[in-house]
Design a protein around this ligand. Structure first.
Ligand SMILES: Nc1ncnc2c1ncn2[C@@H]1O[C@H](COP(=O)(O)OP(=O)(O)OP(=O)(O)O)[C@@H](O)[C@H]1O
Length: 447
């Protein structure tokens, strides 16, 4: 893969040297420049993938000027600014100038590297699709996967790309994070979309029946086999088979599945010859497959066969900014279903829901909205409308120390996204608030 090219425009020699070593060490190509005019020339001549621009103590506006001119040229590559001295005004000006992230000296190199990698995620996606000769298509039904969180957006792009190839896909993530939904989107967006999508829940079929369910049997193969049964794999001919909870499949059946994937054929129980298969395999698990492989509970060869494309769905607690979107989505859906006109949640109720960690993820949130609708008489969902056992659980969670992004998000919600009031409530400067918003990628819906 092509190395990302970073233009480093930092006048402080010592810092410049340190940054250069850090970036080289992390596998980036670095172009250096120390003069403002030179920075713009270098930007035009080298077409970097990211720019890190510094601002000197004497002239805090110089770095900003470079950033503004880059943006004015219509280029939207990621820009990171390092300020020698900083003020609230400058931080706001930097964000207005379209800087993606802003650091004030002294800062943590680790945080800077994390930011560089985050900002370059688009580059890595583009490069990997270029390597595989794939142009990212527009995702059909993408609105079914709600979320504006950076990871969710990247997953949607990746689904579009993975769908157009015919590779096997492994989807991981906790229960209720949307693994089946992702598998359906892959199928819907693939050239196989007109053919069946067959979902096989590996834990729902008893071990003794799995073989006959998947591969089928010939008439008379065993007592009770009165007629030929095709089997689920053959049902999916031309389409996609989704193996849910693949991590729970026995080693014996893993071997059978591996054979079907490798040979692209099945043998019915009691059958003599093999039957060709034309299906795509997508598998999901909420278990740690790497660990299961290490423990000898999951076949390494099957793991490698499935893990060609990989999607990991983040838990809802790590993307709480999507909670209001998901709530609106389900309220709208239930309004349509039950002919209701529920508008939204009260601030208190929303704040409560933002404190909770959602171990059951999106499924738990969806169930909560449904359960709340049962007894709801008003147009707004208030705290007292939430089912009793949820209130108790959420109440317990509120007493636990809260993480910084949680605190920030719920404060913003409680101040109606008034950043000055939120900063006041948190005893932060507005500049700190802006830095944290950028750090945690928290954006208001619709902005
Ligand atoms: N991002 C999302 N937007 C909207 N709905 C979602 C999203 N993620 C999940 N859901 C919904 O949440 C419910 C659970 O999702 P899904 O069954 O895909 O989860 P899962 O990860 O496969 O769970 P499990 O591991 O328990 O099988 C479904 O109703 C699904 O439509």
């Amino acid at each position: 893969m092509k190395k990302p090219k970073i233009l480093l425009a930092e006048r402080n020699d010592v810092l410049n040297k340190k940054l250069k070593m850090l970036l080289f060490g992390n596998g980036f190509e670095v172009i250096e420049t120390s003069d403002k005019g030179d920075a713009l020339r270098s930007f035009q001549n080298n077409s970097p993938d990211l720019v890190i621009v510094g601002s000197s103590p004497g002239d805090t506006r110089d770095g900003l000027g470079v950033a503004q001119q880059i943006r004015q040229s219509g280029c939207n590559i990621p820009l990171i600014m390092i300020a020698a001295h900083s003020s609230e005004d400058q931080a706001i000006a930097a964000l207005k100038a379209g800087i993606n992230d802003y650091f004030k000296q002294p800062f943590s190199f680790e945080e800077l590297m994390a930011s560089v990698k985050r900002c370059l995620s688009g580059f890595f996606l583009r490069e990997s699709s270029r390597e595989h000769g794939v142009t990212p298509p527009c995702l059909i039904d993408s609105q079914k996967m709600i979320g504006e969180n950076v990871q969710i957006r990247e997953i949607k792009t990746y689904i579009g790309k993975a769908a157009s190839t015919d590779t096997n896909v492994l989807i991981t993530g906790e229960t209720g994070t949307g693994k089946e939904l992702a598998a359906e989107l892959i199928h819907r967006n693939s050239p196989r979309s007109k053919k069946p999508f067959v979902c096989i829940n590996c834990t729902a079929i008893p071990d003794s029946l799995l073989e006959s369910e998947l591969f089928g049997y010939e008439r008379g193969a065993f007592t009770g086999a009165d007629s030929l049964k095709e089997g689920k794999l053959k049902h999916a001919e031309g389409g996609t088979v989704f193996f849910d909870e693949i991590g729970d499949m026995s080693l014996y059946h893993q071997a059978k599945i591996l054979r079907a994937i490798e040979s692209k054929e099945v043998q019915r129980i009691g059958g003599k010859g093999s039957i060709p298969l034309d299906i795509r395999f997508v598998a999901a698990t909420n278990r740690d497959l790497d660990q299961l492989v290490e423990e000898g509970k999951f076949r390494k060869d099957l793991y490698f066969r499935l893990n060609v494309a990989r999607i990991h769905l983040p838990p809802l607690r790590n993307r709480k900014e999507d909670i209001p979107l998901l709530l609106c989505f389900y309220i709208r859906e239930l309004n349509l279903r039950f002919g209701r006109e529920v508008e939204c949640l009260t601030k208190d109720a929303l704040e409560y829901l933002l404190c909770y960690d959602w171990p059951g993820n999106v499924r738990e949130l969806k169930n909560l909205v449904e359960a709340t609708f049962v007894n709801l008489s008003s147009r707004q969902i208030s705290l007292s409308d939430l089912p009793e056992q949820f209130r108790r659980r959420i109440g317990e969670a509120r007493d636990l120390p809260r993480s910084e992004p949680d605190l920030l998000l719920s404060t913003l919600m409680s101040t109606n996204w008034n950043k000055s009031k939120a900063a006041q409530k948190l005893h932060w400067s507005r500049m700190t608030l802006y830095r944290k918003l950028a750090k945690y990628h928290i954006v208001k819906e619709g902005t």
